[in-house]
Design a protein around this ligand. Structure first.
Ligand code: GLU
Ligand code: MG
Length: 466
């Protein structure tokens, strides 16, 4: 917390007529949850947090509590907000929000706090002399929630607001009022809008915001998810960032972008992009290649955290630009890791790596933390990522792919969880409490949806929550 942060929050709540401040966190089911404090005792609540049951990190995205040792009916944590993240919510007049840590009653970090996991990854990375700059690049679907007269036998559906073509100006026209309010709401919260456009799927839109340091990027993604849905509700619409809210439409990716900045002698980012090497044919430095080596080595396990729902694997299919194979390529939109070509006039700082198997059902703190740890493992072990794949890997034969070390990504949440359980490094870093809770929650979600053969049921459960 920076000096004077609590005073700044109190000044703003007074000036902006704020009555409730939401303390938000993301759980293992990928759901954003929280409690709100009134303003009269806000300074005390910022210091002490709001009491919360430990069991909530064992809750699935279906609100089914899983049996996890240490997360039963007995025990408390505190939802402790970071006052530097205070924003008033343009779509919820009178309300503000802060992103929060889950802290033990004695003030020490709780072993299952996701935001702490990311902070620890950032510290570990700083030990190697780097800071990560990152951006989540989400797609989402805007529509109306249609309830069937036969509900719940027939699940609700998301009916897209447009059937416009990819990047078509018709899509701009049809969503204009919603989009303008969305942009204003993002900017009012300090999320700088870079691009906006109608995407391929019906009702699918993409709005990207400027990268930030890793913790801020994950905090921004929580605010982003809240804002997309909050603004849509005010327009009588339903917006979903679920990976596949509609079975036969394009999936919503939330590609994860990152670059490493060298730290100066004072411990602050010194400005040089450690991934950039203009002399290399892909513009990438040896550190960048090693980072990819680390991502590839852990990728099947990593996707259990970045593509964290049953619905995620409906999206991760070949030839949908979502990525389905463990390879990297230069501006290759079918590769799991894409080296993004530098912008003209900015060859040094704009090189970054994009992880395509990533979506908004993930807990952004766990996803980005694990992304950093996997890349760091590659840097430390100087892992060789092999040759870039600069064709669509789906058109190669199985043996051609195998010769280049390219394999199919896990095709289901359970397969990804198996890989995670087999990944010693990531399991160690998650720690026993967090990993056991995460696996219990995710296995329960996989088991729940295994009973239904209706894709609309799975899509319904996801579009209403993510
Ligand atoms: N919708 C695609 C996905 O699921 C991404 C399309 C694009 O490259 O923007 O990741
Ligand atoms: Mg896109």
């Amino acid at each position: 917390m920076t000096d004077g942060a609590i005073e700044t929050v109190m000044e703003r709540t007074g000036q902006e007529d704020i009555r409730l401040v939401r303390f938000l966190y993301a759980d293992h089911g990928g759901i954003i949850r929280g409690k709100a404090a009134g303003t009269a005792r806000l300074p005390e609540r910022i210091s002490s947090g709001i009491g919360h049951t430990v069991a909530m990190m064992a809750m699935s995205m279906l609100d089914q509590l899983q049996p996890v040792a240490g997360m039963g009916p007995v025990g408390e944590v505190r939802i402790v907000p970071d006052p530097d993240t205070f924003v008033t919510l343009p779509y919820a007049p009178g309300a503000a929000a802060m992103l929060s840590d889950l802290i033990k009653p004695d003030g020490s970090p709780w072993e299952a706090c996701p935001r702490t996991f990311l902070k620890q990854a950032i510290v570990e990375l700083a030990g190697e002399g780097y800071a990560m700059q990152s951006a989540f690049e989400p797609e989402f679907t805007v529509g109306h929630r249609e309830t069937s007269p036969a509900a719940p036998t027939i699940p609700d559906r998301l009916i897209p607001i447009d059937d416009s073509l990819c990047y078509s100006s018709t899509g701009f026209h049809q969503a204009h009022n919603f989009a303008m309010e969305l942009v204003a709401a993002m900017e009012a919260q300090g999320l700088e809008v870079e691009h906006y456009y109608p995407e391929l799927g019906h009702g699918q839109h993409e709005l990207s915001i400027r990268y930030a340091d890793a913790l801020r990027a994950a905090d921004n993604h929580v605010l982003y998810r809240e804002t997309v849905r909050g603004v849509a509700f005010r327009h009588g619409l339903w917006a979903s960032l679920a990976p596949k809210p509609i079975p036969d439409q394009a999936g919503n990716g939330t590609h994860l972008h990152g670059s490493l900045i060298e730290l100066g002698t004072d411990g602050n980012p010194g400005g040089r992009n450690a991934f950039a090497d203009p002399a290399d044919r892909n513009g990438l430095s040896p550190v960048g290649y090693h980072f990819i080596g680390g991502l590839l080595a852990h990728l099947p396990a990593l996707v259990a955290l970045t593509c964290a729902s049953v619905n995620s694997y409906r999206r991760l299919t070949p030839q949908t630009w979502a990525s389905a194979f463990t390879c990297y390529g230069m501006d290759n939109r079918e590769a799991a890791i894409r080296i993004c070509s530098p912008l003209r006039g900015d060859p040094g700082s704009s090189v970054n790596l994009e992880l395509k198997p990533s979506d908004s059902s993930a807990n952004p703190y766990l996803a980005l933390g694990a992304f950093i740890y996997a890349g760091l493992d590659g840097i430390r072990g100087k892992l060789d990522p092999g040759e870039a794949v600069n064709v669509d890997p789906a058109i190669l034969s199985e043996s051609e792919r195998a010769a280049g070390g390219t394999h199919r990504l896990p095709a289901s949440l359970n397969a990804a969880l198996d890989a995670l359980e087999g990944d010693e490094l990531l399991m160690d870093l998650l720690g026993p409490l967090r990993s056991s809770a995460y696996l219990a929650v995710k296995r329960s979600e996989a088991a729940h949806f295994a009973h239904s053969t209706d894709p609309y049921y799975e899509c319904f459960q996801h579009f209403t929550k993510i």
